[in-house]
Design a protein around this ligand. Sequence first.
Ligand code: PMP
Length: 435
Amino acid sequence: MKTGPKTQQMCERAKRTIPLGVNSNFRYWGDDQTFVIKRGEGAYIWDLDGNRFIDYRLAWGPVILGHAHPGVVKRVSDVLKDGNLFAMSNEIEIRVAEKICAMTGMDMVRLTNTGTEATMHAIRIARAYTGRDKILKFEGHYHGFHDYTLFNCQPPIPGIGYRRSPVLVPHGSGSPRILNQLVECVPFNDFELLEKVVRDNWQNLACIILEPIMGNSPGLFPKKGYLELIRKLCNEFGIVMILDEVKTGFRVAKGGAQALFGVKGDLVTYAKALGNGFPIAAIAGCRKIMADIDYQKIPHGGTYSGNAVSVAAAEVVLDELEAGALDKVHAHGKKLMEGLREILNRKGFPALVQGSPGMFGIVFTELPRIFEYREWAASDHHIYSRVLLKMMEKGVMPDKDSREPWFSSASHSDVEAGLALQAFEDALTEVMNEA
Ligand code: PMP
């Protein structure tokens, strides 16, 4: 969908001082398709030209209570009057740490600001704890923009080779080539290959890091027993299991994917839904490892971690989720998933609606279920983008990148679900008629 004149003018201006006019490459959708947002409220956002959209991107997941949530706004404004940052402890961050541990069942937590920082710290902690350097990750899993894991996040097919002997592909230039000696990467949900790579490399493996539900190839689930196999291998070989719950945490269940699947990591990273849009992240873990974070053993630091505004937002989020907000998020997501499946069935269009009601994706494929990046990569992204662009023209905005799940918030009601499903059906019909 093409943006309006005010938005395009502002994008032109932005490009003079900001590369591509955006502060994250993923936000650039083309000169006449890149949005500048004026404001958000509840389930809706408005662009500079006054176009209104039902927002299912929710800033790639964080805004779980809805935009400008009154409780968050009030609490953050109140807290700000007393100053934001002291680089010393405040009471709110201590309460937030206690709430995170209570909700997730982890023993201890250190706060930081972004998902990238959380996974970077978690990997360093795992390396320090084990005295080993290598990490094992999975194809299509994304853990942020530090160099340690920027391999095979969204790799080209067939560039990553035969699945039995995958080739490492860096995300782009700038990551030191030498780092690929520290990464093993396998397709997700392959039991045999995982076991082989771990048995061949365990002496050097500090951690296995994974997205328990693939939130960057939309909503692919672990096969039954797969997380348990990772847990077992980590126990057997003294490897740290890092669950990257940056997208799933406080969203797929109050206790995240750990609660959903009944498997616990040694370290778990949280970010997005924790702050409803304010920059806060957490590295949580078992006491045995986390208690070694100190001057002599495991380093960790950060000027902005625990800043008052972010922890105040997080405290409201956690209280609201405890009080039932997550039930609303899931009820809405369930309605959408069922509605989308019904439309696709009725139209006889082969596709999967896969994931958790908190974050799910649509994959245009003939397969009955998909479990790994390679299968997702073989699906029809072109059709997905065409349908999504038409939905945007109708005022409904999931991300047009088919890797991004649809996210719902506690502010989305049945009215928005009805509008979204109608927009999807109309967009799909138009695309089918064009074919
Ligand atoms: N881990 C996962 C699973 C993510 O999805 C993301 C971001 N989409 C990150 C880490 C990085 O988070 P951030 O963008 O806050 O650095």
